[in-house]
Design a protein around this ligand. Sequence first.
Ligand code: NAP
Length: 262
Amino acid sequence: MSDRPASLAIVTGASSGIGFELAKRCAENGFDLLIAADEPEIHAAADELRTLGVKVEAVEADLASMEGVEELYAATRKRRVDALLANAGRGLGKGFLDQDFAEARRVVDTNITGTLYLIQKVGRDMRARGSGRILITGSIAGFIPGTYQAVYNATKAFLDSFSFALRHEIRDHGVTVTCLMPGATETEFFERADMLDTKVGQAKKDDPAEVARIGFEAMMRGDGDVVSGWKNKLQSAIASVTPAAVLAEQHKRMAKPGSGER
Ligand code: NAP
């Protein structure tokens, strides 16, 4: 048996949904795991992931805060991180002027600030070592102005763009950056974003396990980006040639509060 320790993956937002499924994929492929989320449920997720036969450490930390990110980074204890799956994120429905500003800011701080801070810390180590894989969960929402979900879609536009740019900054240093761009997926996301009364909240959605499989495989191949599912591929291709005003109006029909009531 080799004495070499198993590869280590960090997966954020691994307590549920796409992040839990990404962590599962990593474990099934032999990665030990360092997983994080903000609520105690992360420990139950860790227990379940341990049944797959890998070492799993869970950190309960608010990744919207610098301290939370530092706590997660400290938990690596200077071990080599082979893969960083920066997936934690949250949405927020309703009109921007009607949103609680603290909640809107939390979306920005989680999806953008905390994600960037963690990627910079872990990414510097990867570049110094000359190897590593980074997966960022963006979204096809990043291609579409998100009427009634304006802040969220804008954070995903940021991440989609950032991901491509970072990839081209560090590709010659042996580090790959992949952006996973899911469409609407069956997770706790819409309930947590208070969007269950919307058309998109009630629509049939993609399977998070399938979305994670597609993202994990793209990361392992070192692809630049992957849109999960053919319908989403079509939607993103159409979005790229559709005026922003038309997209914003279409999004309104999907995300307006009450639009899902029969
Ligand atoms: P989810 O089931 O609600 O999972 C979100 C995960 O992120 C949870 O583990 C949650 O943990 C964690 N998280 C949220 N805020 C956090 C914070 N401040 N600190 C630490 N952890 C935090 O939703 P999901 O759909 O799987 O979302 C995962 C990612 O996919 C997000 O980035 C989302 O934007 C993206 N995405 C989702 C969809 C979709 O339709 N579902 C589509 C495209 C992209 P706690 O419960 O502990 O907060």
